[in-house]
Design a protein around this ligand. Structure first.
Ligand code: URP
Ligand code: ZN
Ligand code: ZN
Length: 464
């Protein structure tokens, strides 16, 4: 099977030129002007950007959490991702406390195999790590799971203490892998939550008001300090505010191997989304919570100047009616997380490129290339180059859509609300190609459950 994409404006993290792209089977085999080749199918991309498929390094499909399970599984979630121009996700397998991480990996392979419609990898969430199990970490790396996530939040659930953090970080550093951190002081936050509940403050907005930015900044500072001593690069996930960003900037300025992502919810939504008398604010109960709006310009500046390397979604949807409602009388019981995997590329293009904050190359870097490099997927993923996987998006930079659960062009996620309801965006993924196969065209799904492959990722390739 061969595919010729003609007349497009090819944009990678560094290039911007007009050319034809010839794809044979799963990979790009030729790039040039007016290519003289025969193809099984030709796509005319005149007036369109031709960009690498998005890489979303932070999703939670089919994740048991908060007494329920995230509403998208690997089939619905990866299909929705593809509609939005994302062709690779890195999801999180979870180690059950007291059990092997390798068992956790097996469970997540079973969840994804035969379901994922685009390629995927796994990080491993480490929930405990005794000395006699440290050897597993190298095995995970050999299996292509070359990054771990640990939580300073959620005591009694996913939380690990600083000793565990250090032990696992030291081994991860020895093995050449990367540690992802959920950086928040969960112990102090739980005390603040107890006080709020005792005062009868049970509404969704108290989820945000009990998680001060200082406690995120403290977690960022502490995890970086421990990582520096342990000798491992650290990647701060879902960074939400200026306070936390300052800690990343300070560390990077002194040369520490520190990386961080933010997410569309922290760039486009804010604390005012909790201002409802009814339960509506539960839609935005996620951790870290939405912050005061002024933080957003700091995050954009961090993205523009390179202190934040990537934009992921932390896609972890729960239905408003059936799942968020678990916390109707107590905000601390609302399942934490929100949807977004489908809307990321359009939101970032609109807010970044159309909004004059990012170059088009930077847009590609933040939504695809940087995550591919950090997480051992590059140059297979994250760029358009001869030999790379033909994960390609034909992106219309002029087309506008209003994001809504009722707009069939913007919502395929298996969740009963859209966090960006009513937001108008300019820039839409029109044709999405995953390893040489057109999986989305004319807003129709042409892929198949099981069409996505598990990708064994390489070791951390830094320093960057
Ligand atoms: O609220 C969130 N972020 N839910 C998903 C779990 C996590 O902490 O990433
Ligand atoms: Zn987290
Ligand atoms: Zn997450």
């Amino acid at each position: 099977m061969s595919l010729l994409i003609r007349n497009g404006r090819v944009v990678t993290a560094v290039d911007d030129y007009h050319a034809d792209i010839f794809v044979e089977d799963e990979t790009v085999s030729l790039i040039g002007r007016n290519l003289d080749v025969e193809a099984d199918r030709t796509i005319d991309a005149a007036g369109r950007l031709v960009i690498p498929g998005g890489v979303d390094p932070h999703t939670h499909m089919d994740m048991p959490f908060g007494g329920t399970t995230s509403a998208d599984d690997f089939e619905t979630g990866t299909r929705a991702a593809a509609f939005g121009g994302t062709t690779t996700i890195v999801d999180f397998a979870i180690q059950t406390k007291g059990h092997s991480t390798l068992e956790g990996l097996e469970t997540w392979h079973e969840k994804a195999a035969g379901k994922a419609g685009i390629d995927y990898g796994f990080h491993m969430i480490v929930t405990d790590m005794e000395d006699d199990r440290l050897w597993e970490m190298r095995r995970l790396a050999d299996e292509g799971v070359t990054s771990y996530k640990m939580f300073m939040a959620y005591p009694g659930v996913l939380y690990v203490d600083d000793g565990t953090l250090f032990r696992a970080m030291r081994k991860a550093g020895e093995d050449g892998t990367l540690v992802c951190m959920h950086a928040e002081n969960g112990i102090v936050i739980d005390e603040i939550v107890k006080i709020a509940l005792a005062e009868g403050k049970t509404a969704p907005k108290y989820h945000a008001l009990t998680r001060p930015t200082r406690m995120e900044a403290e977690g960022v500072h502490r995890s970086i300090a421990i990582a520096e001593v342990a000798g491992v690069p650290v990647y701060i996930v879902h960074l939400s505010c200026a306070d936390a960003l300052e800690q990343v900037t300070l560390a990077r300025d002194r040369g520490a191997q520190v990386f961080a992502e933010t997410c569309p919810q922290y760039l486009f939504l804010d604390l005012s989304h909790y201002d409802h008398d009814d339960f509506e604010g539960a839609k935005y109960v996620m951790t870290p919570p939405l912050r005061e709006k002024w933080n957003q310009e700091h995050l954009w500046r961090g993205l523009g100047f390179g202190d934040l390397q990537s934009i992921s979604t932390d896609h972890c949807p729960f239905c408003f009616k059936d799942q968020k409602v678990l916390g109707i009388d107590d905000f601390s019981k609302i399942p934490n997380g929100g949807p977004g995997v489908e809307n990321r590329m359009s939101l970032v293009y609109n807010g970044g490129v159309v909004g004059g904050r990012l170059s088009v190359n930077k847009f590609v870097e933040l939504t695809s290339t940087a995550a591919a490099k950090l997480f051992g997927l590059f140059p297979k993923k994250g760029t358009i180059a001869v030999g790379s996987d033909a994960d390609i998006v034909v992106f219309n930079p002029e087309r506008r859509e209003t994001i809504s659960i009722d707009n069939p062009h913007t919502h395929h996620m298996n969740v009963d609300y859209n966090a960006y309801e009513g937001t108008e965006v300019q820039g839409v993924s029109e044709i999405v190609i995953s390893r040489g196969r057109v999986v989305v065209e004319d807003n129709i799904w042409h892929g198949r459950a099981g069409g996505g492959n598990f990708i064994k990722r390489g070791l951390f390739g830094g320093p960057f």
